[in-house]
Design a protein around this ligand. Structure first.
Ligand SMILES: Cc1cc2nc3c(=O)[nH]c(=O)nc-3n(C[C@H](O)[C@H](O)[C@H](O)COP(=O)(O)O)c2cc1C
Length: 257
């Protein structure tokens, strides 16, 4: 769940429906802990530094997802903050906090999963690989953009929220890069992210367009390893593959945590 839209209403509705867990990205809000406590639902916060992870722990998070610079979408490294690899932030964070740390960003195969667990993570969060599955509800054109992407097609754009974002180059991404993306039409603006948005273009519309298959007028967020995906598979096949790869490594060298 991001901070877009009627945050409290969405959160409350999800809790009332009996969800097991909330993972919050795009900046943590203090009101999330109050509401979650009422419903006894654990909250995981996405962070890109040990410092932010510590703040989340102190505020009441049950776990932290550490997202490094190879992730898809918004990256938690504003101007002046150098991009950092997930594994480096994980190592630092597990020394800093006591709650479980989960690794995210650029995790592609079973080898990557084991590497994160050996660095002290208790689990991993993966997005890009699961976009290229039959079960993902994005339009097929979005998935096709994933499997036809090449390494040189991956770009870092500036989001209207002031953060960098990783996407696959298409005509919309090029417009963002050369400053010609259509500005937000104020009469249509829902104010979804409030004052943090500089309205350089409508990120909500851009992401929705892409998800719905308009991959020329939309922003195709993807992780740094997207170009390595060659086919769309079922979630079961992907999980089986990741598990087999991880188990093969563990058979030679078990995990000591
Ligand atoms: C298409 C796409 C959309 C994403 N949207 C969000 C989002 O709305 N909020 C968020 O916190 N993270 C978002 N992410 C980041 C993922 O939650 C995840 O942590 C990250 O992409 C993991 O890296 P990976 O994609 O290399 O596995 C998005 C990622 C992708 C690929």
């Amino acid at each position: 769940m991001g901070v877009i839209g009627p945050f409290q209403k969405l959160l409350q509705a999800a809790m009332e429906e009996g969800i097991d867990l909330v993972i919050q990205g795009a900046g943590s809000r203090s009101d999330i802990f109050e509401i979650a406590k009422k419903y006894n639902v654990p909250v995981f916060i996405i962070a890109s530094s040990a410092k932010v992870a510590k703040k989340a722990e102190d505020a009441g998070a049950s776990a932290v997802v550490i997202e490094g610079c190879d992730a898809g979408g918004h990256l938690g490294f504003p101007e002046g903050h150098p991009f950092r690899k997930t594994i480096d932030i994980i190592k630092e964070t597990v020394q800093t906090i006591k709650i479980p740390v989960i690794a995210a960003g650029g995790i592609f195969d079973g080898k990557d999963i084991i590497q994160m667990l050996r660095a002290g993570a208790k689990g991993v969060q993966m997005a890009t690989r699961f976009v290229a599955t039959n079960e993902c509800d994005a339009d097929d054109k979005f998935k096709q953009a994933y499997i036809s992407s090449k390494e040189e097609d991956i770009v870092i754009i500036k989001s209207p929220v002031g953060l960098p974002g990783r996407a696959i180059k298409n005509s919309f991404a090029e417009k963002i890069l050369n400053g010609t993306a259509p500005k937000v039409n104020i009469s249509e603006c829902e104010g979804c992210i409030g004052p943090v948005c500089n309205k350089a273009y409508c990120i909500l519309k851009a992401l929705e367009n892409a998800r719905n298959g308009d991959t020329e007028n939309g922003l195709i967020f993807a992780g740094a390893n997207v170009f390595r995906i060659k086919e769309i598979v079922s979630v079961k096949k992907l999980i089986d593959e990741l598990t087999a790869q991880a188990n093969q490594i563990l058979a030679k060298e078990p995990l000591i945590q």
